[in-house]
Ligand binder design. Sequence first.
Ligand SMILES: [Zn+2]
Length: 326
Amino acid sequence: MSDLTRRALLAGTVTAAAAASSVPSILPARAAAPAAGRQVPGIYRYKVGEFELTAINDGVNLRPVEKGFVVNAELEDVKEALEDAYLPTDKLGIPFNQLIVNTGRRVVLIDTGTGGQQAPTAGLLIENMAAAGIDPKAIDTVLISHFHGDHILGLRTKEGELAFPNAEVQVPEAEWKYWMDDGEMSRAPEGRKGNFAAVRKTFGSIAKDVKHFDADAEVVPGITAVAAYGHTPGHMTFRIASGDDQLLVLSDTANHPALFVRNPGWHAVFDIDAAMAEETRRKIFDMAAADRLRIQAYHFPFPGTGFIAKDGDGYEFVPAPWSVVL
Ligand SMILES: [Zn+2]
């Protein structure tokens, strides 16, 4: 193309005849649409009875798939399981999914995400809540399933302020007992010491206001804590019931389903008592499959809600279809 013609084209002054003769492939001008370059907000809404639930994605941790991630499986078997699920075999995207339950009387947030302190690709909870039209000040109850950093750090902003200033914070008594115990901290393996520090940093200054609950407690009308020990000493799931409808919030009963739902006997490196975690996982999955119980899970691909079906020696996660109808 000659300079003259190109300049004319750029200036939009080329004539139709000139365009047709010299640059036949040029299409009529259209408005430029620059690529957004980022994902749309991770929010998904559905109902359980009269309760309105909003799953919110805090982001994802892209974890290298290395020996030791599944402590009792060969790396090549782990990679094969990922390949069977059409996932990359070098890095596993582990999502962080919080759940907000509007019971009509209370607005309850279950787990608080990473607070942007665990992975550069996470920390989106507050931003995604805004996209869902939910003000952090409107949260009146925060329920914590267990004290791993990706579930508690979002209770505070990066500056250390409380992210949900009007919320009553409720935590499992057995988690508090374990993680706040100086003896447990001193006996813990090196790799876990940072988690003890994070627990103290998160709850220390509000310790007297934090409410503790035991298994089987109805923590909020319609939401009951159900013991799921093993992943951590006081790890809890939550049964949400409204009318005849119910749902089980699995928390970390299983990490990514391509690995740990397919292979419930596999132990993720995060489990503190892996044998107990496996026993819990099988028991809960058997119950969920038999009862066709809808579940919501913290580390399943967003929005992480669906069903658990029995499949040979393992199980299959069956995602609920996206629905425009609440
Ligand atoms: Zn977790």
